[in-house]
Design a protein around this ligand. Structure first.
Ligand SMILES: [Zn+2]
Length: 325
């Protein structure tokens, strides 16, 4: 399977600069909105859908969201237009796998009317019965966005996957496509893992035995959604996490690099508590991601702009990446 990455909405969220370089290494501080297109035997599949065309065409009409996000993008950055530009008809997209139901991830599904939507059950439950405050705000448009849509709630985590659990949203692609729960940012936040660099014969060989972990971790890429916001966050996670989230640090000598890392990590956890529904859970998710990266997994989050600004040689520029040219 091949994967293509698009920036489907550059924003300069108000307050991002307050975090300094903790969250973004680019200037001015900005987020990209990663949407990944997978070319599969089941047709084109999207991971997340970014903002909808109508929002990017006239964001100032949606004043609260416009004032908070300060989009720097036009309608040409919508996922539907990005796909058209590379010759994919939005109507041909049959499935969209959603990391969670925040507007910048789910809003764009309105431009893909034929697609079945796949979301973790815990996230659907959160959107249907939001807790007072933050959840009421974040899910306020979900009902209208999902109205009349074919929605598959992903609930069976029957497939072991490199030391954690996973679900296979599409049976024919079970050996190469998985939901991996990454809770913290939202109640039902998930990563989507896909295997890219093997031939069709290998995929066929594994499809009859999806319960096996199949390919080595180095063959997989994980779209980690909003589990983190800046790639360097994974470097800050200490190797000895015990008690660090809750502030216990007496076991580390103050002069040690681990102490500095732990201090930075605690600061980060405090800062991200503004962005994550459950900061402690999000911190545990970071630990899992750090382990998986250490074992060879390629991990990308939704909003880190750095990778899109300087595409490596051989990649397609103009805010589009391609995993395997
Ligand atoms: Zn987001």
């Amino acid at each position: 399977m091949k994967a293509f990455h698009f920036d489907c909405g550059r924003t300069c969220p108000r307050g991002l600069g307050l975090f300094g370089k903790a969250f973004t290494s680019v200037a001015p501080p900005s987020f990209v909105t990663r949407v990944t297109l997978l070319e599969t035997s089941e047709g084109p599949i999207l991971i997340d859908a970014g903002y909808p065309r109508h929002f990017l065409a006239a964001p100032e009409r949606y004043f609260v969201r416009w004032a908070a996000l300060r989009p720097q993008a036009g309608v040409e950055q919508s996922a539907a237009e990005r796909l058209k530009a590379v010759g994919v008809n939005p109507r041909d997209v049959r499935h969209i796998l959603l990391t969670h139901l925040d507007y910048d991830h789910v809003g764009g599904v309105v431009d893909f009317p034929s697609a079945t939507l796949h979301v973790l059950d815990a996230e659907v439950a959160a959107a249907k019965a939001p807790r007072l405050g933050f959840e009421r705000l974040r899910y306020r448009d979900v009902e209208s966005v999902l109205a009349g849509r074919r929605l598959v709630t992903v609930r069976s985590f029957a497939h072991p996957w490199h030391g954690t659990v996973s679900a296979a949203p599409l049976a024919p692609l079970a050996s190469v496509l998985r939901f991996v729960p990454l809770p913290g940012h939202a109640r039902g936040h998930a990563g989507i893992a896909y295997a890219t660099d093997m031939g069709a014969s290998a995929i066929d060989a594994f499809s009859s035995a999806p319960e096996k972990e199949g390919f080595s971790l180095a063959s997989w890429t994980l779209h980690a959604g909003d589990a983190y916001f800046d790639d360097r966050e994974l470097d800050l996670v200490p190797f000895s996490p015990s008690g660090l989230v809750s502030g216990r640090r007496e076991l580390l000598p103050e002069s040690s690099p681990e102490f500095a890392s732990a201090a930075a990590f605690r600061l980060l956890v405090r800062a991200t508590s503004l962005l994550h529904a459950d900061a402690s859970q999000a911190a545990r998710t970071l630990l899992l991601l750090k382990r998986l990266r250490g074992e060879g997994l390629r991990i990308q989050c939704s909003h880190d702009a750095a990778g899109f600004l300087a595409p490596p040689v051989g990649r397609v520029p103009n805010s589009m990446e391609r995993d395997h040219p």
